[in-house]
Design a protein around this ligand. Structure first.
Ligand code: AMP
Ligand code: ZN
Length: 466
């Protein structure tokens, strides 16, 4: 079935056809590892995981690159402020490399908790300086860049068209642009591709222009070309990348080799918190570990992401996340129920479910619609191992680790259950063994009044917080 993807470049949903046979080459802008990644960042990586898994489900082979930005990302995307890595290093009294190592480790630990597939290639910016230097030299040779006393700037006026990705109005931008950054800039919207390091700057490399370091946009352009060639299939990022980071990546590639580097540009909308922006000053920037501390599993957050299409804003609240936690448990119970079922299911029914699911995911990653089909299967009254297997097939795309459902349920029933509840459960077990159903029900109600629900399954009693 044809996959359709929305392309920010053409502002249309398009039929997706890989450039080269059965292989899909993807570049995803990865984290800047100066701090803990937050749940907004992880919405972006859950989206990339969906994209990967959907392409794989359709039989494609992937070559997927994700960068780790460990130098050159300034506080503002538009050449202003200090390098985020250097700032964090000063604050934490560590070297930028120690900072990068620590936060990269935490980042991948969180990715694993979310069952997000690893890209085939992870590219650290600091390990690709020669490729970046080469890219800058090509841009200069082609007449698209110039040197000032602070940096090498890309000369946007040399392009046939700028911007191409965003529909921002460049005239307005020129009028409103800050010109106090570098008075030697020819046009206010020119951007730095290579930055001369001020004295005492920690992260710098020798270059024909003295000790210096790469600009963030340039890093992605150079690493993408190194691993994926000049033009590859899909480039992903968050919507915040559209007006500056990706616009400038396109400009650089046109300057270096005359082409827009990717055919399809995909952007995930922002996760908001309580209807507004996530920001440190509001104290609402949450990490995956902080959700766990509040009893929300990483996979419940993943399921929460499926409540909205990736191109719409998603509003995070703890109530919403908590209902996703409950929904995840219900999904697991649906799977367990079917797993021990013996009923036969008509092939035509299974085929219909499969077709509906495929149609949803292939329609620009419509995960909310795909989930509605998964729920139909989970809730089907006909208990059948065949439906459990179907859920596992769908889980290749969902990545919710449904195959281990029993373990998650058991683990939940073992954790955080107060002794008082455990004692009541024990008494109820005895009552049931003695077939004293009235007492068993009475104890169940007592447990319920204390905030826990008891369920009797084939494997025995389980208990959950209400
Ligand atoms: P950064 O580490 O800041 O470079 O961001 C990593 C990724 O997270 C980028 O793709 C951003 O576009 C994305 N991102 C940042 N904040 C949010 C948010 N609130 N919701 C969704 N994606 C975000
Ligand atoms: Zn990037």
């Amino acid at each position: 079935m044809q996959i359709k993807l929305y392309n920010t470049l053409t502002r249309k949903k398009e039929d997706f056809v890989p450039i080269k046979g059965n292989e899909v080459r993807i570049y995803s802008c990865g984290p800047t590892v100066y701090s803990y990644a937050h749940i907004g960042n992880f919405r972006a990586y859950v989206f990339v995981d969906n994209l990967r898994r959907i392409l794989e489900y359709n039989g494609y082979k992937l070559k997927h690159v994700m960068n780790i930005t460990d130098v050159g990302h300034l506080e503002s995307d538009a050449d202003e402020g200090e390098d985020k890595m250097v700032k964090a290093a000063k604050k934490e009294h560590k070297s930028p490399y120690e900072i990068a190592e620590f936060y990269t480790k935490v980042f991948f630990a969180d990715m694993d908790k979310l069952h997000i597939e690893r890209p085939e290639i992870i590219a650290k910016a600091t390990e690709h300086i020669p490729d970046m230097l080469e890219f800058v030299k090509e841009i200069i040779k082609n007449g698209y860049a110039y040197e000032t006393s602070t940096a090498i700037y890309f000369d946007v006026s040399k392009l046939d068209k700028y911007p191409v990705l965003s529909n921002r109005n460049i005239e307005d931008q020129i009028a409103g642009a800050r010109v106090d950054v570098d008075p030697e800039k020819k046009n206010p919207y020119d951007f730095a591709i290579w930055i001369k390091a001020p004295k005492n700057h920690i992260m710098k490399w020798d270059s024909p222009w003295g000790p210096s370091y790469p600009g963030w946009h340039l890093e992605c352009s150079a690493m993408a070309r190194k691993y994926l060639g000049e033009v590859f299939d899909i480039h992903t990022g968050g919507v915040d990348h559209i007006p500056t980071h990706h616009e400038n990546e396109i400009a650089q590639s046109k300057g270096a080799f005359g082409k827009i580097p990717a055919k399809t540009w995909m952007h995930v909308e922002f996760l908001q918190v309580n209807g507004g922006k996530m920001s440190k000053s509001l104290g609402n920037v949450y990490t995956i570990s902080q959700l766990q501390e509040k009893g929300i599993e990483p996979l419940a957050f993943k399921l929460f992401c499926y409540t909205a299409h990736y191109r719409t804003k998603l509003n995070f609240t703890f109530e919403g996340a908590m209902s996703s936690q409950k929904a995840l448990n219900r999904l697991r119970e649906g799977y367990i129920k079917h797993k021990v079922g013996t009923r036969k299911i008509d092939d035509s029914i299974k085929d219909e479910y499969k077709e509906q699911f495929l149609r949803a995911i292939n329609d620009d990653l419509n995960m909310p619609l795909a989930m509605s089909i998964v729920w139909e299967v989970a809730r089907n009254d006909c208990k059948s191992k065949e439906l459990a297997d179907l859920m596992l097939e769908f889980d290749k795309v969902l990545g919710l680790d449904l195959v281990n459902s029993e373990n998650y349920i058991k683990r939940q029933s073992n954790i955080e259950i107060p002794n008082e509840i455990k004692e009541l459960l024990e008494k109820r077990k005895v009552a049931r063994e003695e077939k004293n159903w009235a007492l068993s029900d009475e104890i169940r109600d007592k447990i319920k009044n204390k905030g826990y629900i008891v369920k009797d399954t084939k494997e025995g009693m389980t208990v959950e917080k209400i």
